[in-house]
Ligand binder design. Structure first.
Ligand code: FMN
Length: 273
């Protein structure tokens, strides 16, 4: 059996699948029923567009199981107002409830984030989930150690005025690095994933947007990222393996804060050419 199977009773020979295939490996031969061009199966990126675009559910792909490819429901489409509020109401959470996040819930988040786009549909993003309080504290402390070194350079302080307050508040007992989050989620990809730096951020952006739907909150861990890039001890404490240059970390937990407005942002600078 080939990579794709056509239900000839359903297929209308409209050619949508061939037109849609980004690898251009589907053709409509003499009988009009689509097939993979001979010898071109290896070119398939398993993106599933051929399955998704068929209006008649006539095409099956060996590696895109129908059971895992649900039909899109019109009744679940967001209106423009719903989508705008959904996107604008996403907030960075810096106060977390003292409540653990169940592994099942984290799994559910990642299960949705894995549908994020990836270069060449490579799907090379892997996940590291840290929920041990002692380890999170150590990661925070190592990050502050790095910030202390950085803050010795007046140019660094001028460029990032939040560095000194971050150290002062840490010394006063506040977790200014991981904000007391009970979980740190790291998306990472090995060096051979050429688009890994974009893939991990896009995957985290999906997780970030889906988290509030499950009652969770997130905050991008930029200070930690800086420390990981410059301090091997911090990187080792997080546990990103060697050979994984692409990574981004998000704090995760149940929010102990609620927002009532979507704050204004700068007008976009747009250049149409
Ligand atoms: C790449 C990136 C890194 C960030 N790093 C941190 C961080 O280390 N600590 C923190 O408290 N917030 C961090 N933030 C959150 C930003 O400060 C926040 O997104 C911004 O102030 C806008 O607020 P909002 O996310 O609620 O819209 C980061 C955000 C991004 C996108």
């Amino acid at each position: 059996m080939g990579l794709i199977t056509i239900d000839e009773g359903r297929c209308r020979k409209d050619g949508f699948c061939a037109r849609e295939c980004p690898a251009a490996i589907i053709e409509l031969p003499g009988d009009g029923f689509p097939r993979i061009k001979p010898g071109r199966e290896e070119g398939c990126t398993e993106c599933g567009h051929c399955v998704a675009v068929c209006p008649h559910d006539a095409l099956r792909h060996e590696r895109i199981p129908a059971a895992g490819s649900p039909a899109l429901r019109d009744d679940l489409r967001l209106s423009e107002a719903q989508a705008a509020q959904f996107l604008r109401s996403r907030r960075s959470i810096r106060h977390f409830a003292d409540k653990p996040v169940e592994r099942e819930t984290i799994r559910k988040l990642i299960e949705t984030a894995r549908y994020a786009p990836s270069g060449g549909n490579r799907q090379g993003v892997e996940w590291l989930v840290i929920g041990d309080r002692g380890r999170l504290r150590k990661i925070g402390a190592l990050t502050v150690d790095w910030i202390r070194k950085l803050a010795k350079d007046p140019r660094a302080v001028a460029a990032a005025p939040y560095l000194l307050p971050t150290i002062a508040a840490w010394d006063a007992g506040q977790d200014t690095v991981l904000r007391g989050a009970p979980v740190l989620v790291v998306a990472m990809a090995p060096a051979e994933v050429a688009t890994g730096s974009a893939d991990v951020v896009i995957a985290q952006a999906h997780l970030d947007l889906y988290a509030p739907v499950l009652g969770l909150g997130t905050c991008w861990a930029g200070l930690l990222q800086g420390a990981m890039a410059n301090s091997p001890e911090t990187r080792a404490a997080v546990g990103v393996p060697d050979g994984y240059p692409h990574h981004y970390a998000l704090m995760l937990g149940y929010p102990d804060v609620r927002f009532f407005r979507a704050p204004e942002r700068k007008a976009p600078k747009i250049t149409f050419t």
